[in-house]
Design a protein around this ligand. Structure first.
Ligand code: FES
Length: 166
């Protein structure tokens, strides 16, 4: 990260600056700031990492270390729909691996990637606390349960069709 990165003066950065000012002395400040930044920008590009480094007085390497350690953080933009497939124990036992395979095949991407049309990003999680519905996935805020490879493909097709109708 070099010093020539230009940070735009917009509302998102302003909000992040205020958040950092409020939380910089609290425990776990860096994690909280990264969460906040990702919720504001959708992901954590270099400029945002640089901004946090500068405002929080934390070396860029430490920021990158945290981002790469936690799968939750993203450095690439995400699709309009984030598919989060549960790979927790209950879902695993009920066939989550086959569901995941079907999603990858249908979207032609792997976990952590975004489709070319920027419609879907695929991610995985460890238990949504809805094990009775296993296997499960979240698509943005919505939960889907008792998935099968066929059902998950139909959910994806349904979203695509709705998007085409817009
Ligand atoms: S293990 Fe998947 S919802 Fe709990």
């Amino acid at each position: 990260m070099n010093e020539q990165i230009v940070i735009p003066e917009n509302e998102q950065y302003q909000e992040l600056r205020e958040f950092i000012a409020e939380h910089k002395n609290s425990k776990g400040a860096l994690l909280n700031v990264l969460y906040k930044a990702q919720s504001l920008f959708g992901y954590l590009p270099r400029e945002v990492q640089y901004f946090i480094s500068r405002e929080l007085h934390v070396p860029p390497s430490q920021i990158l270390g945290v981002i790469t350690f936690y799968h939750f953080f993203r450095t690439q933009p995400v699709g309009k729909y984030v598919i989060n497939l549960c790979l927790g124990t209950a879902c695993h036992v009920k066939g989550a691996a086959d569901v995941l395979k079907a999603v990858c095949k249908e979207l032609k991407i792997d976990v952590g990637e975004t489709t070319e049309d920027r419609l879907f990003t695929l991610s995985t999680a460890r238990c949504f606390g809805a094990c009775g519905l296993a296997p499960t996935m979240m698509v943005n805020e919505e939960i889907y349960g008792r998935l099968t490879p066929l059902k998950v493909v139909n959910v994806i097709k349904g979203i695509r069709e709705r998007e085409l109708d817009r």
